[in-house]
Design a binder for this molecule. Structure first.
Ligand SMILES: Cc1cc2nc3c(=O)[nH]c(=O)nc-3n(C[C@H](O)[C@H](O)[C@H](O)COP(=O)(O)OP(=O)(O)OC[C@H]3O[C@@H](n4cnc5c(N)ncnc54)[C@H](O)[C@@H]3O)c2cc1C
Length: 173
Protein backbone atom coordinates (compact mmCIF):
# COMPACT_ATOMS: atom_id res chain seq x y z
CA UNK A 1 0.00 0.00 0.00
CA UNK A 2 1.33 3.46 -0.86
CA UNK A 3 0.60 6.76 0.84
CA UNK A 4 -0.47 9.65 -1.37
CA UNK A 5 1.58 12.82 -0.97
CA UNK A 6 -0.07 15.44 1.23
CA UNK A 7 1.54 18.33 -0.59
CA UNK A 8 2.82 18.80 -4.10
CA UNK A 9 4.56 21.91 -5.30
CA UNK A 10 5.43 22.40 -8.93
CA UNK A 11 7.18 25.49 -10.17
CA UNK A 12 7.99 26.61 -13.65
CA UNK A 13 10.46 29.41 -14.01
CA UNK A 14 8.86 31.17 -16.96
CA UNK A 15 6.11 30.36 -19.39
CA UNK A 16 7.50 32.05 -22.47
CA UNK A 17 4.37 31.50 -24.54
CA UNK A 18 2.21 33.53 -22.15
CA UNK A 19 4.96 35.75 -20.78
CA UNK A 20 4.04 34.99 -17.20
CA UNK A 21 5.72 33.30 -14.34
CA UNK A 22 3.54 30.62 -12.80
CA UNK A 23 3.72 28.25 -9.90
CA UNK A 24 1.27 25.73 -8.61
CA UNK A 25 1.02 24.90 -4.95
CA UNK A 26 -1.43 22.06 -4.51
CA UNK A 27 -1.95 20.91 -0.95
CA UNK A 28 -3.48 17.62 0.00
CA UNK A 29 -4.40 16.42 -3.45
CA UNK A 30 -4.92 12.70 -3.77
CA UNK A 31 -4.85 12.48 -7.55
CA UNK A 32 -1.88 12.58 -9.88
CA UNK A 33 -0.25 15.87 -10.87
CA UNK A 34 2.36 15.59 -13.62
CA UNK A 35 4.47 18.44 -14.99
CA UNK A 36 5.28 18.62 -18.72
CA UNK A 37 3.00 15.68 -19.46
CA UNK A 38 2.91 14.42 -23.07
CA UNK A 39 -0.65 14.72 -24.39
CA UNK A 40 -0.13 12.76 -27.61
CA UNK A 41 -0.81 9.38 -25.97
CA UNK A 42 -4.05 10.75 -24.50
CA UNK A 43 -5.69 12.19 -27.62
CA UNK A 44 -7.32 10.53 -30.60
CA UNK A 45 -4.80 11.66 -33.23
CA UNK A 46 -1.76 10.73 -31.09
CA UNK A 47 0.09 13.94 -31.81
CA UNK A 48 0.92 17.30 -30.24
CA UNK A 49 2.93 18.66 -27.36
CA UNK A 50 2.78 18.57 -23.59
CA UNK A 51 0.49 19.90 -20.89
CA UNK A 52 2.29 22.28 -18.57
CA UNK A 53 0.58 20.29 -15.84
CA UNK A 54 -1.69 17.29 -16.17
CA UNK A 55 -4.04 16.68 -13.23
CA UNK A 56 -5.87 13.37 -12.89
CA UNK A 57 -8.14 13.78 -9.87
CA UNK A 58 -8.90 10.86 -7.58
CA UNK A 59 -12.57 11.78 -7.24
CA UNK A 60 -14.99 14.71 -7.28
CA UNK A 61 -13.90 16.05 -3.88
CA UNK A 62 -10.26 15.93 -4.98
CA UNK A 63 -11.06 17.91 -8.13
CA UNK A 64 -13.13 20.44 -6.18
CA UNK A 65 -10.34 21.00 -3.65
CA UNK A 66 -7.72 21.33 -6.37
CA UNK A 67 -9.73 23.88 -8.35
CA UNK A 68 -10.66 25.84 -5.23
CA UNK A 69 -6.97 26.23 -4.37
CA UNK A 70 -5.82 26.98 -7.90
CA UNK A 71 -4.71 30.49 -8.78
CA UNK A 72 -7.46 31.81 -11.10
CA UNK A 73 -4.72 33.11 -13.41
CA UNK A 74 -3.75 29.53 -14.30
CA UNK A 75 -5.72 28.33 -17.34
CA UNK A 76 -7.61 25.05 -16.99
CA UNK A 77 -8.65 22.79 -19.85
CA UNK A 78 -10.72 19.63 -19.56
CA UNK A 79 -9.70 16.64 -21.64
CA UNK A 80 -12.01 13.79 -22.61
CA UNK A 81 -10.90 11.21 -25.15
CA UNK A 82 -9.40 14.02 -27.22
CA UNK A 83 -11.41 12.98 -30.26
CA UNK A 84 -12.22 16.58 -31.10
CA UNK A 85 -8.87 18.10 -30.22
CA UNK A 86 -5.70 18.88 -32.11
CA UNK A 87 -2.98 19.64 -29.58
CA UNK A 88 -0.47 22.22 -30.78
CA UNK A 89 3.18 21.16 -30.84
CA UNK A 90 3.93 24.00 -28.42
CA UNK A 91 1.75 22.34 -25.83
CA UNK A 92 -0.96 23.62 -23.52
CA UNK A 93 -0.30 26.22 -20.82
CA UNK A 94 -1.72 25.79 -17.36
CA UNK A 95 -3.52 22.67 -16.18
CA UNK A 96 -5.14 19.98 -18.30
CA UNK A 97 -7.65 17.97 -16.25
CA UNK A 98 -8.24 14.39 -17.29
CA UNK A 99 -11.05 12.51 -15.58
CA UNK A 100 -10.36 8.90 -14.66
CA UNK A 101 -12.30 5.89 -13.43
CA UNK A 102 -14.07 7.68 -10.59
CA UNK A 103 -15.77 9.88 -13.17
CA UNK A 104 -16.54 7.13 -15.66
CA UNK A 105 -19.57 5.58 -14.00
CA UNK A 106 -23.10 5.42 -15.36
CA UNK A 107 -26.12 4.22 -13.39
CA UNK A 108 -29.88 4.47 -13.51
CA UNK A 109 -31.09 6.90 -10.87
CA UNK A 110 -34.80 7.04 -11.74
CA UNK A 111 -37.16 6.12 -14.52
CA UNK A 112 -35.71 7.45 -17.78
CA UNK A 113 -32.81 9.04 -15.88
CA UNK A 114 -29.17 8.07 -15.97
CA UNK A 115 -26.61 9.48 -13.59
CA UNK A 116 -23.47 9.87 -15.71
CA UNK A 117 -19.94 10.80 -14.73
CA UNK A 118 -18.43 13.42 -17.03
CA UNK A 119 -15.63 11.01 -17.93
CA UNK A 120 -17.95 8.16 -18.93
CA UNK A 121 -17.80 7.11 -22.56
CA UNK A 122 -20.76 7.60 -24.85
CA UNK A 123 -20.72 3.86 -25.53
CA UNK A 124 -21.20 3.10 -21.83
CA UNK A 125 -24.05 5.62 -21.60
CA UNK A 126 -25.71 4.07 -24.62
CA UNK A 127 -25.28 0.51 -23.35
CA UNK A 128 -26.54 1.37 -19.87
CA UNK A 129 -29.58 3.05 -21.38
CA UNK A 130 -30.26 -0.06 -23.45
CA UNK A 131 -29.86 -2.35 -20.45
CA UNK A 132 -32.36 -0.24 -18.50
CA UNK A 133 -34.91 0.01 -21.27
CA UNK A 134 -34.25 3.67 -22.02
CA UNK A 135 -34.50 4.50 -25.72
CA UNK A 136 -33.09 7.44 -27.66
CA UNK A 137 -29.42 7.26 -26.74
CA UNK A 138 -28.42 4.70 -29.35
CA UNK A 139 -26.68 7.38 -31.43
CA UNK A 140 -23.99 7.84 -28.77
CA UNK A 141 -22.44 4.52 -29.72
CA UNK A 142 -21.14 6.00 -32.95
CA UNK A 143 -19.45 9.05 -31.43
CA UNK A 144 -16.05 8.50 -29.77
CA UNK A 145 -15.87 10.61 -26.64
CA UNK A 146 -16.95 11.23 -23.08
CA UNK A 147 -20.10 12.71 -21.57
CA UNK A 148 -18.30 15.97 -20.75
CA UNK A 149 -16.77 16.31 -24.21
CA UNK A 150 -20.06 15.40 -25.86
CA UNK A 151 -21.98 18.05 -23.95
CA UNK A 152 -19.30 20.66 -24.63
CA UNK A 153 -19.37 19.90 -28.35
CA UNK A 154 -23.10 19.13 -28.53
CA UNK A 155 -22.12 15.90 -30.26
CA UNK A 156 -24.69 14.38 -32.56
CA UNK A 157 -25.37 11.70 -35.12
CA UNK A 158 -28.29 10.24 -37.06
CA UNK A 159 -30.39 13.34 -36.44
CA UNK A 160 -29.99 13.29 -32.66
CA UNK A 161 -27.74 15.49 -30.54
CA UNK A 162 -26.72 15.83 -26.92
CA UNK A 163 -28.63 19.03 -26.27
CA UNK A 164 -31.87 17.11 -26.87
CA UNK A 165 -30.99 14.43 -24.36
CA UNK A 166 -29.15 15.67 -21.35
CA UNK A 167 -31.80 17.95 -19.88
CA UNK A 168 -34.45 15.27 -19.88
CA UNK A 169 -32.60 12.01 -19.68
CA UNK A 170 -29.06 12.57 -18.47
CA UNK A 171 -27.60 14.30 -15.52
CA UNK A 172 -23.95 15.08 -16.09
CA UNK A 173 -21.58 15.89 -13.26
C1 LIG B 1 -13.65 9.00 -35.89
C2 LIG B 1 -14.43 10.14 -35.28
C3 LIG B 1 -15.81 10.18 -35.48
C4 LIG B 1 -16.55 11.24 -34.94
N1 LIG B 1 -17.91 11.27 -35.16
C5 LIG B 1 -18.64 12.28 -34.64
C6 LIG B 1 -20.05 12.33 -34.84
O1 LIG B 1 -20.65 11.46 -35.49
N2 LIG B 1 -20.73 13.36 -34.29
C7 LIG B 1 -20.11 14.33 -33.57
O2 LIG B 1 -20.79 15.22 -33.07
N3 LIG B 1 -18.76 14.30 -33.37
C8 LIG B 1 -18.02 13.31 -33.87
N4 LIG B 1 -16.67 13.28 -33.67
C9 LIG B 1 -16.04 14.33 -32.85
C10 LIG B 1 -15.87 13.92 -31.36
O3 LIG B 1 -15.98 12.53 -31.22
C11 LIG B 1 -16.95 14.60 -30.49
O4 LIG B 1 -16.84 16.01 -30.53
C12 LIG B 1 -16.85 14.14 -29.03
O5 LIG B 1 -18.01 14.57 -28.35
C13 LIG B 1 -15.62 14.66 -28.31
O6 LIG B 1 -15.61 14.10 -27.01
P1 LIG B 1 -14.28 13.99 -26.14
O7 LIG B 1 -14.66 13.49 -24.80
O8 LIG B 1 -13.23 13.23 -26.89
O9 LIG B 1 -13.86 15.52 -26.03
P2 LIG B 1 -12.42 16.15 -26.28
O10 LIG B 1 -12.07 16.03 -27.72
O11 LIG B 1 -11.45 15.63 -25.28
O12 LIG B 1 -12.73 17.69 -25.94
C14 LIG B 1 -13.59 18.44 -26.78
C15 LIG B 1 -13.95 19.74 -26.03
O13 LIG B 1 -14.73 19.44 -24.89
C16 LIG B 1 -14.09 19.93 -23.71
N5 LIG B 1 -14.31 18.96 -22.64
C17 LIG B 1 -13.94 17.67 -22.60
N6 LIG B 1 -14.33 17.08 -21.46
C18 LIG B 1 -14.97 18.04 -20.76
C19 LIG B 1 -15.59 18.07 -19.47
N7 LIG B 1 -15.63 17.00 -18.67
N8 LIG B 1 -16.15 19.24 -19.05
C20 LIG B 1 -16.12 20.34 -19.85
N9 LIG B 1 -15.54 20.37 -21.07
C21 LIG B 1 -14.97 19.24 -21.52
C22 LIG B 1 -12.62 20.07 -24.08
O14 LIG B 1 -11.96 21.03 -23.28
C23 LIG B 1 -12.72 20.51 -25.53
O15 LIG B 1 -13.02 21.89 -25.60
C24 LIG B 1 -15.90 12.26 -34.20
C25 LIG B 1 -14.52 12.19 -33.98
C26 LIG B 1 -13.78 11.15 -34.52
C27 LIG B 1 -12.30 11.10 -34.28
Amino acid sequence: MTNAPTSVRVERSRDTARGISTSLDANGIRGKLTPSAPLAPLVWFKSGGTAEWLFEPKDVADLQAFLADLDPAVPVMALGLGSNLIVRDGGVSGVVVRLGKAFAKVSKSADLTLDCGAGASGILVSSTARDNGIAGLEFLRSIPGTVGGGLRMNAGAYGRERSEEHTSELQSR
